[in-house]
Every structure is written in C-alpha cells, then in structure tokens.
Design a protein around this ligand. Sequence first.
Ligand code: ATP
Ligand code: CA
Ligand code: CA
Length: 424
Amino acid sequence: APLVGNLIGEDHVNYVLMYNMLTGIRTGVSRCQAKVKRPLTEEDFSARHKYSFDIVGNELTPSAKYDFKFKDYAPWVFRYLREDIFHLDPADYLLSLTAKYILSELGSPGKSGSFFYFSRDYKYIIKTIRHSEHKFLLKILKKYYAYVKENPHTLLSRFYGLHRVKLPRGRKIHFVIMNNLFPAHKDIHETYDLKGSTVGREYPEERAAKNPRAVLKDLNWIKRGKRLELGPEKRALLTEQVRRDEEFLRSIHVMDYSLLVGIHHLERGNKENVRRNTLKVFSPNLPETRRTKTSQSGSQSPEAIALRRAMRTSDPKRLGKNTIRLPESDTGDRDRQEFVFYQDEGGLRATDDRNEELGVIYYLGVIDILTPWGALKKAEGFWKGLGDDRHKISPVPPDEYAERFFAFIKAIMRGSDGLEKFLP
Ligand code: ATP
Ligand code: CA
Ligand code: CA
C-alpha cells in the first residue's frame, strides 16, 4: 500500500542503514548550516564532503553507534535550494530528518528497486537511487538549480539533498531527499501516476476496489472518465508551468517521469486517517549520538550550534501561512513568494468555470525525473515496442515522451473527449 509505511524499529533489516543516513544528514547539514551564508560559487556544484563515523567520534563527526562513511554532495547548492528557492525552514528540516525520529519505510513501490522513507512528520521523502541516477543528478545540478531558481512554482521534484552512505563491507547507497507531495494531515482518496502512455498502464480495478491506496495509472484515469477540475485561471497557470517543466525535462533528455496526482475529497474528510494512527502508536527510540546525549544546555557541539543558529534565523511569520494570491508574474520578492500549486492546504483546490471552489484538493507533482534516455531504456523500448503501438509505450525518446506527456496533461484538464487519442 503506498504512502503508509512500516515504521522502522531496531529490529528492522534497514534500521542500521536508516540510522546511518540520518546521522550523516544531521552532521552534514548542520555543518553547512553553521557557516555564515555566502554567495554560491562554481566550485559548490562539484563539492563533496566526506565524513567517517565510528563509535569514538572526533571533532568533525560525533560518535555513532556504527562504523560507516558518509558523503555529502554539493551541500551549499542544496542549502540554497532548501532556503532560498523552496523556502524550507532550516531548523524544521533538521528536526524533521534527524533527532530522535525514526522514519517509516514505504518499501519499494516502483519496479526500480528504490526504497522510500518518510520523515516522521511526513514532510520529506528519502529515496534510494541508482548510482546512474546519482551521477545524472550531479551532472544536471547546475541546470536544475538555474531552472528552479527561475521557476519556483515548478511541479518538478524538489531536491533538498544528495548523499551517500558507505557500509563497512563496501556497499554504497545513494539517496536523495525530496518533498513529499502528499500532506500529513489529509487522507488521499485516489492516487494516479500518469505518464501519457497507455500500454500496460492499468491497475486492475477489482484490486483497486479493495485497496483505496493503490496507485492507479493512465488507463484507470481514462476509463473512469476523470478530469482535473480547474477553472480557466488555474488551468492557464498549470498549463504554462507544465509547458516550462516539460521544456526543461526535454533539455536534459530524460523520460519515464510521471505526473503524480493525489486527490482529496473534502466531503469524505479524513476518516481513514491511517497515517496518523500509525504514527501515533509509534514511539521514537532512535538513540542520539553520544555527544548529543551527554551535552546538555550550553553544548558547543557543531550540530548544537548549528541548530541554535538555524532556530534564530527561522522566520516565524513564514510558518503556518497558507493563504496566498495567484501571482501575475514573478515579483522578484523571493522572501514572500509562495507556491501557486501548493497554496490550498498544501495542494491545489479544484475550481469550476467561474473559478469558484469545488470540494476537491489536488496534490500534483512531476516525479521520477532522473532517467536519461540511455541504453537500458532503448533496449526496453525495443522489446515492448514489438507487439504494441510504438508511440503509446512508456519508453520513447525524450522529445516524443515530453510531447506526449504535455499533451496528456492538457487533455486531462479538458476531460474525456480529449483523452480518446491516447487509448491503445
Ligand atoms: P519506477 O522507476 O519503477 O517507476 P521508482 O522506484 O523510480 O519506480 P517513483 O516512480 O519515483 O519510483 O515513485 C514510485 C511511487 O512512489 C509513485 O508512484 C508514488 O506513489 C510514490 N512517490 C514517489 N515520489 C513521491 C513524492 N515526491 N511524493 C509522494 N509520493 C511519491
Ligand atoms: Ca516512476
Ligand atoms: Ca524510476
């Protein structure tokens, strides 16, 4: 079941990995955060910081329960992404991903073998990624940064950190931290992962009836006659943003990404509340590092200093503010800028033709954007293409993929008539 993870306790197979990831993030992020902000440089994009953890600890790394190595990639770039572009509160970020909190694991929902972990407050997702995806993100990081800086309302995955954990026997695990598109406090009643491809893109309806949290696909959307109910104003904004995002994805030659759509029906409310109940029964018991544990108030450990500093710089006015206007254009006022498509309780409220609100909130984002059109996909495209319409299968070249994806998104806003040409 998507989005309801298993909580990870000490007896969990991935407990050590998760402990190491969190300890590494805490150390790396607070080290960078503790420094006085300075402008980004060219070198920041290729910077790497290595940390070696053991039970003793040293001036760079606090003592940890296990021996492992941690690598932090382009920490300053991600600091800028978090703070200046995506407006995360620095203290909030550290507290969500670190301290005593244990994450819940979503397992491996995709075919890729990636694992997903939620931060305890459900705001962030850690996704383990392939080495090839990791290298690819580093390769495009400058372009990505430039793009999201110019397009803060982007629907693309928001990357907040890129790291690697190396376990003693040499296994390297790469992972990114990104936004969870779905809110902690609202039930998602329907979920769709849409690619604009229809071949094999159907979740069996009989199974969907029994599992309300199933991730449905393009054919389910079409056959159910769904449409994104958005009035002219929101539709225009979304179309324009998707057009730009698609242009960017085309420019970095990726494919296989999807539009993730979570739907919350206001009249159904939050009865199911599965996530909240799961989180309630869970008692956090991840041990803190020894240094943090022994240091009480007045601690001079680098992380304690960074955390205090982060707390000071956080702007309380920014918290809890969720009413915004649709901006006519980029005002350049970065501090007060909010995010159009996440403005209504973290999502986008459905509207009718007169821009009046309807009883649905959409949670939208373009995810899984790190797959370049490589040899693997070419091979897959070849095999799948033998029996089916080559243009309707999932692995097609980036330009064709982007075009079809954009056309599909425009069609799902219009409704079922526009969608017919996508049927196999
Ligand atoms: P594959 O390559 O087989 O598609 P993957 O391992 O790369 O799979 P993703 O496509 O990134 O995984 O995500 C799989 C599912 O996890 C999505 O369909 C969605 O349900 C959930 N998911 C992924 N990213 C997010 C996110 N940012 N917010 C909420 N849910 C997400
Ligand atoms: Ca995917
Ligand atoms: Ca993938």
